[in-house]
Design a protein around this ligand. Structure first.
Ligand code: SF4
Length: 291
């Protein structure tokens, strides 16, 4: 069994989880507050991993959606996740009396600041990314009038006579961003571009490519609802090796134990303990029984 040189939780997710757990622990001891959980809310699931979300809930950290926000958050700690939120949502939390704990990733914060700065200077801000992603909505909230584009074709439709600035969702692929940039630059040669792609995803992808070269099969540990875990899985398959996506060690298929050199990687939201359990099962040569 061999582990990828870079895998698992990125800095932003690790930081958000630690902040949420520390907040819940402190709140559980705070005088004058109910002794019963929840001790802290997170605005949306902190990470895309069902096991990690369940563990957080056990420790008094409960996810609440934007549509559920009401007086129950008054006086409660509400953790803003690594993706960040638009300023209007932050203002709503404040008006409801929530105690905001900001776990926005520093890289995302930097994008929000750049977007706001360009918008204040009269630029049209264009964000390359997924318009349904929380991070993109958060950045757009700092630049009124911002346009989100997902493809070079969408970028080619943008018409403005004023200055224009392009910012990337932190997890967009390099080549996708380059294509969007090239498309915009054809019509807007004075385009300002922000280099906001986070290296975490690419580092994991590169480490996986190296792992695939050295192994006969690869196990990707992570939530099925995690986009970057799914991307690692499809990358491993595209590199021509059998690849298995599992959320827990008990999901390891019998067939994986037939390979002599199995590589392990994990998505950016996967807890370290789940990776360790999968590695232990691979070393033992058998998957733990499902409970
Ligand atoms: S992927 Fe990068 S930008 Fe996103 S939370 Fe992790 S460290 Fe921050």
């Amino acid at each position: 069994m061999k582990r990828a040189a870079v895998l698992g939780r990125c800095m932003g997710v690790r930081r958000a989880v630690e902040l949420a757990l520390a907040t819940a622990a402190a709140e559980s001891q705070r005088e004058g507050r109910p002794r019963a959980a929840p001790f802290a809310y997170t605005l949306g699931p902190l990470i895309h991993n069902p096991q990690a979300v369940a563990e957080l809930a056990e420790r008094g950290v409960v996810a609440i959606s934007e549509t559920e926000l009401d007086e129950r958050v008054s006086g409660m700690a509400v953790v803003i996740r690594a993706h960040g939120v638009p300023p209007a949502l932050r203002a709503r939390l404040e008006s409801l009396g929530a105690h905001i704990v900001d776990a926005t990733c520093p890289r995302v914060l930097a994008s929000q600041r750049r977007a706001r700065d360009f918008a204040e200077r009269g630029y049209l801000v264009v964000i390359a990314g997924d318009r349904d992603h929380g991070e993109v909505a958060g950045i757009a909230g700092y630049a009124p009038g911002a346009i989100v584009v997902g493809t070079p074709e969408e970028a080619a439709e943008i018409t403005t006579s004023g200055p224009i600035a392009l910012i990337a969702q932190t997890t967009i692929k390099d080549e996708e961003y380059a294509a969007i940039r090239a498309s915009l630059a054809r019509r807007h040669p004075q385009l300002e571009t922000v280099d906001s792609i986070c290296p975490a995803t690419e580092e994991r992808r590169r480490a996986l490519a190296e792992l695939v070269r050295e192994c006969d099969a690869v196990v990707v540990v992570g939530g099925r609802n995690s986009a970057n875990t799914a991307r690692l899985h499809s990358t491993a398959l595209s590199l021509g090796k059998p690849a298995y996506l599992v959320e827990t060690a008990s999901e390891l298929p019998t067939s994986v134990f037939a390979f002599s050199r199995v590589g392990v990687t994990a998505g950016a939201s996967t807890p370290d303990e789940l990776v360790a359990e999968v590695e232990a099962a691979l070393r033992a040569g058998t998957a733990p029984r499902r409970v």
